[in-house]
Design a protein around this ligand. Structure first.
Ligand SMILES: NC(=O)c1ccc[n+]([C@@H]2O[C@H](COP(=O)([O-])OP(=O)(O)OC[C@H]3O[C@@H](n4cnc5c(N)ncnc54)[C@H](O)[C@@H]3O)[C@@H](O)[C@H]2O)c1
Ligand SMILES: [Zn+2]
Length: 362
């Protein structure tokens, strides 16, 4: 059965979730956009598996298609790749009446969205997410970005897609480490706002149900805070330290793996400072372990704090981190930047500075 979730942003759009949906991408897209020229953006791993299906689906419905093939991977999330995409669009003679279709994971989505925001001062785009992480989290919400100056997502824009089509069938070809990585963001949604979702994860609920639960939560949050100034920042749980870990590992770990350990750093520190019950940390750790995610890192808290302070969430002399305060609840917690290192120093007992580093090389 098709699941339909409306994201009520400045220009509302639908997220649809159904097996086999990629094969109907053309007819569904034709209902929401006027243009009939589409540039499909995907990487070399996705192209042999799904490009034909999507291209046929568009062409059967009167779209003229062109293609931009990316190298893929977090290291390719750069302005140079955005330029590659924009050059391909210009060569294909795409104008205001055209759209980009991002077919792939969060990396493809973030790059394509930023290119769509910039090309001719903004053209339409749609998302066809193919990873668990992208379906559950990245594809909806309109955050687009690339890494720059060695910093994660330093260059970005808010540019909402016109449509998001999730086809869970494609998860069958997703390698296991990437399914696990997606679970990290799903655990994040549970920790931020849903004890029911935490229960579902524990009970091994089907991915479709988990994806839908996350998108519904995101819709409710983004509707009130499209531009990340208030409650939406709770969705950064685990990200201040997670991004630091991605950087410390030179972007060779999966985003979700950084987020997993990042959430545990924030949670462990919150427990030690009496801001959160220990059971919340224990459950998070259990759920991450159940999904074969790393629960510690060899980097020390001091190093992680130093890198985290370069994060965008810093505001002058203050930094805001998201910490859990109860089961299924998180809060924004601000402190002077000089206190961050001391705040997480206790993690060297348990989460950080651990010789056993379960983070995988991508
Ligand atoms: N914009 C947002 O709101 C938001 C939210 C969360 C994460 N992100 C970003 O998302 C990125 C991570 O995305 P990701 O985890 O999807 O990784 P990814 O986009 O790098 O994809 C991982 C790999 O999986 C392959 N792949 C994708 N789908 C497949 C499938 N169905 N079958 C086989 N192989 C497949 C891809 O080709 C790629 O090599 C990070 O850069 C992160 O910052 C953005
Ligand atoms: Zn994330």
């Amino acid at each position: 059965m098709m699941e339909k979730i409306v994201i009520n942003t400045s220009v509302p759009y639908e997220v649809l979730l159904e097996n086999g949906l990629l094969g109907h991408a053309g007819e569904v897209t034709a209902r929401v956009v006027e243009g009939r020229r589409v540039m499909i953006v995907c990487d070399g791993k996705i192209a042999p598996q799904y490009l034909n299906t999507v291209q046929d689906a568009f062409e059967r419905n009167g779209f003229e298609t062109s293609l931009c093939l990316l190298h893929g991977g977090e290291k390719g999330k750069t302005l140079a790749t955005v330029e590659q995409l924009i050059t391909a669009a210009a060569k294909a003679d795409l104008g205001h009446d055209s759209l980009f279709a991002a077919l792939g994971g969060g990396v493809t989505g973030d790059i394509t969205g930023l290119a769509a925001a910039l090309y001719m001062r903004g053209i339409d785009w749609i998302q066809l997410p193919t990873t668990l992480l992208a379906m559950a989290d990245a594809a909806a919400g309109g955050k687009t970005a690339v890494n720059a100056a060695g910093e994660k997502n330093l260059l970005g824009a808010f540019h909402q897609p016109r449509l998001v089509l999730c086809d869970p069938e494609v998860l069958k070809t997703l390698p296991l480490p990437l399914l696990n990585e997606g679970m990290a963001e799903i655990v994040k949604y549970g920790a931020v706002g849903s004890t029911k979702l935490l229960d579902s994860i524990r009970n091994g609920e089907r991915p479709e149900m988990l994806i839908a639960a996350c998108i519904r939560m995101k819709a409710a949050i983004v509707e009130h805070d499209e531009h990340d100034r208030g409650q939406r920042r709770l969705l950064n749980f685990g990200h201040t330290f997670g991004h630091a870990l991605e950087r410390l590992n030179d972007f060779t770990i999966y985003h979700g793996e950084g987020v997993a350990v990042g959430m545990l750093i924030a949670a462990f520190a919150a427990v030690k400072h009496g801001l959160c019950p220990a059971s919340v940390y224990e459950e998070l750790r259990l759920l991450l372990k159940m999904n074969h995610l790393p629960v510690n890192t060899r980097f020390r808290a001091a190093e992680i704090a130093r890198i985290a302070l370069r994060d965008k969430k810093r505001n002058g002399d203050m930094i805001t981190v998201v910490i859990p305060s109860a089961r299924g609840r998180c809060e924004l917690f601000s402190m002077p930047t000089r206190e961050l290192e001391g705040f997480i120093a206790c993690c060297d007992e348990n989460v950080t500075a651990c010789s056993e580093d379960k983070i995988r090389e991508v």
